[in-house]
Design a protein around this ligand. Sequence first.
Ligand code: 48C
Length: 348
Amino acid sequence: MNLLNVKVVTVVLLSALLLGVLYCYISQTHRFVSFQLQDLKADSRSAEVHPDSHEFHLVAPEHVRYKQPSITQGRTDVVSVTPWLAPIVWEGTFNPVLLDSIYKPQNISIAATVFAVGKYIMFLKNFLETAEQHFFVGFKVHIYVFTDRPKEVPQVKMATDRQLTVHSVPSSNRWQEISARRMELIQMLIEETVHSNTDYIFCLDVDSQFHGRWGTESLGGLVAVIHPGYYRDDRSRFPYERRPQSRAYVAPGEGDFYYCGGAFGGLMHEVHLLTKTCRFNFEADAKENIEAAWQEESHLNRYMWLNKPSKVLSPEYLWQDFKSRNPEIHIIRFSGVVKNYAEIRPNA
Ligand code: 48C
């Protein structure tokens, strides 16, 4: 190649190099500037930050007035956090006004399932009327009633943004079957209906009624309720399933709390996984002719032992009317009514 060609090639290579350097410099500057711009925009609109999920991103309105929180003074008669750092919700450990002001702008929707099969239909009116007064008042609520007697579902006036849907289900001559089948039916409801347009779901016993607020303080990923009958006992006295053959087995010296099957909830996908797992294990046991001590409640307890709830509700959230109120129970929010099982259950 003669001298002229060498010069031309050199000039071309040098200018390509120069262009490359120039491009990198400009693109870096552009990226830097655009980040700066974004930050500026974000700062100017900080109150309008729209997190992609409301879960764990608690945006508080600027000017809600509330009592200064303290980390040195609070309730001293109860524990309000679990060893795995999940909150244990007791009256006096949260500010309802603040919590509602955080969740209200997020336009969340809550589903609730309730089963009223056979003679348990008699409890539905009270359940629904008191839910109107206390259960997520002011929020979008959709109550799903499962019953074998759809014509006997009472007419209850519901506030705007609150609705009720009735699903017909077969009855059974065993109350254990009715209770346990709830897991399967809730799983199907989530898969077929509520999974897309609802954020949270709570599954509740019908033979109970609300007496106080049950609201945004109860929201969480996986939410369990401590059973009122055993929360002061040693776990050796918990009515866990104790036969190793059962898939609900909890060994001696294991277990955290005894959770009730009559109230649980959380984010849709968490409750879907819980109901699917409990149903599967209950049915697998049944194939081997074994039924856990307290049916799906036993399976729920094993599930919550292995899948720690991210929020635990105190027995305020499911008391029992026949019990006298213990001093640490400052409010009864939801409670099982006094009933005669012999009169209302299809079998003893
Ligand atoms: O709807 C019925 N009908 C029955 O005959 C038996 C149970 N049930 C449902 O399962 C009700 O929703 C009950 O609240 C729930 C099982 N819970 C109880 O029976 C007591 N709360 C322990």
